[in-house]
Design a protein around this ligand. Sequence first.
Ligand code: SAH
Ligand code: MG
Length: 938
Amino acid sequence: MGGGLMESGMVPTVPAKKSLLTPKAIIHQKFGDKACYKVEEVQEETKTGCLGLAIPQKGPCLYRCTLQLPELVVISDTFKKKKDAEQSAAEKALEKLCIHQKEYNPTVQEAWDDLGGRLFDLFATEFLSSHHPLSGHFRAALQREGRLCGSVPISVIATYDAKISTICKYINSEAESNFLIVLSLVLRAASKLDNLVTSVDEQLSLQRRNPLLPEIIHALVDRESRLSESLSIEVIRIPSSVEKTVEPLVLTISSNGYYVDVIAQELGVNEASKVFISGTIGKASSDMRLYYNAPECLLMDQLSEPHVNLASHDKGSLNARASYLSGQEVFGDAILAAVGYSWKSSDLFHEDVSLRTYYRLLVHMMPSGVYKLSREAILAAELPMAFTTRSNWKGSFPREILCTFCRVHRLSEPLFESSIDLAGSCKKSKVQSVKKDTNGAPVTSSCGKSTGTIGDFKCEIKIFSKRQELILQYKPKESYKKQTDAMQSSALKVLLWLNTFFENPDMTTETLSSSAEKLGIQFSPDIFSKKFMFCQSVHKFGSTRHQSSKPINYSCINQPNNIVSDKACSICGDNSEITPSNGSLACVSYSISLVTEGEFLKEHIESSEAFEFEIGSEAAISRLEAVVTQMSVGQSSFFNMELPPQEFILAAAGDSAATQSLLSSRRCILEYAVTLLQVTEPLEERMEQALFSPSLSKQRVEFAVQHIRESRAASLVDFGCGSGSLLDSLLDYSTSLEKIAGVDISGKGLARAAKTLHPKLNRNSSAEVPSNETRSVLLYKGSVTNFDSRLYGFDIGTCLEVIEHMEEEDASLFGEVVLKSFCPRILIVSTPNYEYNSILQKSTSSGQEDDPDEKNKPKFRNHDHKFEWTRAQFNHWASDLAERHNYDVEFSGVGGKADVEPGFASQIAIFRRRDSSLKNVELEHHYESIWEWSSDNM
Ligand code: SAH
Ligand code: MG
């Protein structure tokens, strides 16, 4: 960090002293994500030579930076370095905003003087031809009729001049949050300038005392009306009563009209000075704002007596939806419009605001909504439940979403606090959310700790209000191998919790508290409910994640002939056998329509040609994910769903009017049509396939099958059978097995296993397949760390690539339980050999995440692995276990060779029980029987 300070020849304005912030840093403090820098390359400008001739030069490449802030846009000079251009733009912006690097810190008297000075400047003739957005209002005002000619509403001045709002804060600190105070201060300052400006019309507008010369007016007005015909602008009316629906409107602004007057009339008042304007909403660049008129009584009281407490007033006409969107109190009906003058041009700028825009703004206030919008899949995507890997995460990252969430709710930037556990000692480093986290702590993690503790990084999160009240704090329990994973996972936890509230804002504080407690989140209920008090009236959503999309239930799969057939879902197309599994990326195309029940009127709502999501992390609505896991590549599926909250549908629909009328007139459902286009297997499988033929997983299965056949076993249990790849392959061989069982903790895996085993078992009764003794096949759901007497004393047990998916303590526990209680005659256990990873990972370097910090240390093969052992670690675990339970153990493996470094890719231990007698065990049923096939039922 220190090095940067020594660099000479930087922009002269970069402070030499460490204690002073750079202009960019100040801008960041004030605006956070709202500051948008765009750097462009420019050809060096032609220089004027000594003879006054333009000499074109092909100079070095130069950069110019445009900085966009909510209230202003500035363009830097040109520089050789991009960062210099950015600093220059930031510096210019600070100048315009009256924020000096030495911190603008006037006394109250100085601030009053500055306020007067600023008004004086605004009413000077020169201002009319400046590029300030406010100058457009001054020019438009010249075309107003009669007494109003040349009069500019104070609310407009207070809204569009950043300098005035900065100055007012120093006169009265409440000015920042109370717009009425700014108005009253401006009014008082103006009254002291009464030789220059006078207030007109119930004191809410200002105009020059001495009118401008007609020539000047003519020149300006002529230009203005030359530019434009009348304009039609689509806007939205948000009634103050939440019972009334939000509706679209078209405003027509004639070429010589003042747009704020037009809005005033729409709001039922006669002219612009009664109209209040909110801060910008949504994207800073669009200048979308709410226009409303404050109740007269409130206004007058406030203006005559600026310290009245607002709370004492009747807030009956408070507009909940508009207040929620703008983060300030809005009264009465409001109009949402994107219109105004800009720094870029003197024309009136506008964008249409549709119903869809409005609903998107609403959806954007919810954590899951931000995610859905970032994926452009409002009805298909869901905020995932887990951050698995960077490469599998699609759409905005959790940290970004959390920053956006805080921004739209007008909270301070969230504070991320990373800690690294270096050999037990905890180092902390604060990382204020900046785009590049270069000021993070050193990321050399402790070496020699490959024994499988989960990781070294943790990330705490704190969220404060703008007034620095602590709203919530999250202290994670888990730690991570990588700093970014720690940060993203923490952000996601917070988002998921916030989301439970947004999906059901009516929930009681107790419910909210207990869900927070479970996650390790502390929050301040008072401040929280004050901050989000409008949610209840605005998001009348009800819980969506659980209610609208039930996963397929497995209870129906007990009968062999009715496997996983969700009645309302039909899958068609040939089975290509390429099916997604946990951790793989599924790519689907889909189309969603709104369909009326019975009449089949259809309105297309949302579709995608290629929507990619990770299976198992709930990145798609769960119904969609459940259906896709039942499909193979090339197949299509159709299903219907109950309606999600209307806000989502209207935010997605292209034609919101048609959709709204359908929704309001008839009972509708959503119809989904999905085609599975492609499945990308998890990194582990990709690596294994790239290097081995047949693939490593096939080799493992073949290894097991060979031992099973040689052992002449009559009974087999596959611990952690997953989707049944071993059981499935076994049926392709003739074996002596009569009884086969599989156990897994994952219901989804078991459902898939049942689905593939069922047809095969029935087919096996016909002649063309290997003869089998198989009498029964059972699938159990449960953890292999628990004993179940139904699986006691089997001839052979297999446990392929399972232990590394458990915490190390559980892997040890499984070892104990299996040899001490299950007592199989033979047990085969496989797990990755960590030492082999460097070879695997070299072979597929393209498919990997680039993380410079961990370049030299092999990663685990799969994000779900809790540990991966070296040969020595595995030998130690297995030998010790065997010794204690009277088993012999022998080591082998697949992929590579035992005597060539670094050994096998998959290491395998084969345990054999020394003593052949079995005891009687008490009945203990800890597993749930999920599916059963028996040859008697054929
Ligand atoms: N043996 C299979 C699946 C390996 S993936 C194969 O070789 O293809 C690991 C499996 O272990 C997953 O299906 C996971 O659900 C299961 N698993 C993880 N922890 C478990 C536990 N405690 N009890 C039972 N199964 C577990
Ligand atoms: Mg594994």
